[in-house]
Design a binder for this molecule. Structure first.
Ligand code: SF4
Ligand code: SF4
Length: 391
């Protein structure tokens, strides 16, 4: 085979096999094999690279079963570049049909025709009396999917001016907010304006490409990155703001843009904005990529929630554990994803909170699906929405 993992053994051998990553890996408890967590997945890459093992089904299935939450990287004492290694391994492995279709769907959503289709569908389904639609996938996954929003892509190409402008933020909305959670986009803008920042929403940003990159499709990622960088360069701004940590992580690590990239909560945290709660109990799910990719400290999220007067915040024991979504992972690994989700929902249920808050639209989707399936009766909201409602 001519194609090689673009990695030297030096990079792989940075792993000192301490096994610390086993303790934080969401997939290991349900796989219970060495290949079910980072150390084993890296060892397989090393064996393939050395030619000691063929890239067979056994290897592929262990790489496929990784959620790419990157909690292993976050805990690793030796700074092993797990993401880069797995991305190269997956590039060598190639994509399944389901993954290819999923990635193409993301590209379609952000095409001219796709945007019109989503908007039309959003208008069509708005009158349905439920917020989510139970959707079966050919892989056996069944998810309560959000309805497309009638306001899909409405924020595009607009500037939202702050009264006393401290600076300009470019809002990288992300596919989920664009297509399904338009209200969250409006909430972020409201909060940023209140904090003193004018918000620019570029006209033609496409998918950030993180799902492509994590799937090993570097070529599609590069195309999306080039397009988005060109589009971003046509605006004048001081920093980028995101409400999806996967987009934020891609912009920080893989786009390497010169301007700072902030999670919206970081800006709210530093602001003087105060919020009025309604006497409810809140808990928070910390999205994996917020700390493993964007390196936002949990103190920022909990600090923001402390600004809400009148609500009680209860920290869940496993607030930083993965929710099991991980984008296409939840569709391609339905059983594993459901097991991880169940553990998460049980932990959140323990808090007896009325509302589960989080800062990632993907986590919102999966937690909403989880509370419905496990009938906990809890509400799930993006933190930006709860804050905007509590202004
Ligand atoms: S924590 Fe890091 S060094 Fe230790 S086994 Fe895992 S990847 Fe290797
Ligand atoms: S990225 Fe997440 S699922 Fe994959 S090996 Fe690391 S901790 Fe486990």
């Amino acid at each position: 085979m001519k194609k090689r993992i673009e990695l030297s053994l030096d990079v792989l051998q940075k792993c000192v096999k301490c096994g610390l990553c086993k303790s934080v890996c969401p997939t290991y408890p349900y796989i219970e094999e060495e290949g079910g967590y980072a150390r084993g997945r890296l060892a397989l890459a090393e064996m393939v690279l050395k030619g000691e093992m063929p890239l067979n089904w056994e290897v592929s299935s262990q790489w496929d079963a990784c959620a790419m939450c990157r909690r292993c990287e976050w805990i690793c004492p030796n700074n092993v570049e797990y993401k880069e290694i797995l991305v190269s391994a997956r590039e060598l492995q190639g994509k399944s049909i389901v993954k290819s279709l999923g990635l193409k769907a993301l590209e379609f959503i952000q095409s001219e025709v796709g945007r019109k289709v989503i908007k039309f569908a959003g208008k069509l389904v708005q009158s349905l009396p439920f917020k989510e639609i139970k959707t079966p996938f050919p892989t056996g996954a069944v998810k309560f999917m959000p309805k497309p929003t009638a306001k899909a892509f409405d924020l595009r190409g607009k500037v939202f001016k702050a009264e006393e402008e401290k600076g300009k933020l470019l809002f990288f909305t992300g596919c989920m907010i664009d297509a399904f959670y338009g209200k969250t986009g409006e909430s972020v803008i409201k909060l940023m304006n209140k904090a003193g920042y004018t918000v620019i929403v570029p006209k033609d940003i496409k998918c950030c490409g993180a799902p492509h990159y994590y799937s090993g499709d570097k070529k599609s990622f590069e195309k999306l990155k080039e397009h988005n960088l060109r589009e971003m360069e046509s605006y004048s701004f001081d920093a980028v703001v995101v409400a999806c940590p996967t987009c934020g992580g891609a912009l920080q690590e893989d786009y390497k843009i010169s301007k700072p990239v902030y999670d919206f909560a970081e800006i709210v945290f530093k602001s003087q904005i105060k919020f009025k709660g309604s006497g409810r109990i809140l808990t928070f799910h910390v999205p994996c990529h917020s700390y493993s990719a964007m390196k936002v400290k949990d103190g920022v999220f909990y600090g923001v929630m402390e600004k809400i007067e009148g609500d009680e915040v209860r920290r869940a024991q496993k607030d930083k554990s993965c929710c099991g979504f991980a984008g296409l992972f939840s569709i391609t690994n339905p059983r594993l994803s459901d097991q991880i989700q169940k553990e998460k929902i049980e932990d959140l249920k323990e808090t007896k909170a009325n509302i589960i808050l989080t800062t990632c639209p993907g986590c919102v989707l999966n937690l909403k699906d989880g509370v419905k399936k496990h009938k906990t009766g809890q509400e799930v909201m993006h933190l930006a929405d709860y804050l905007a409602e509590s202004l």
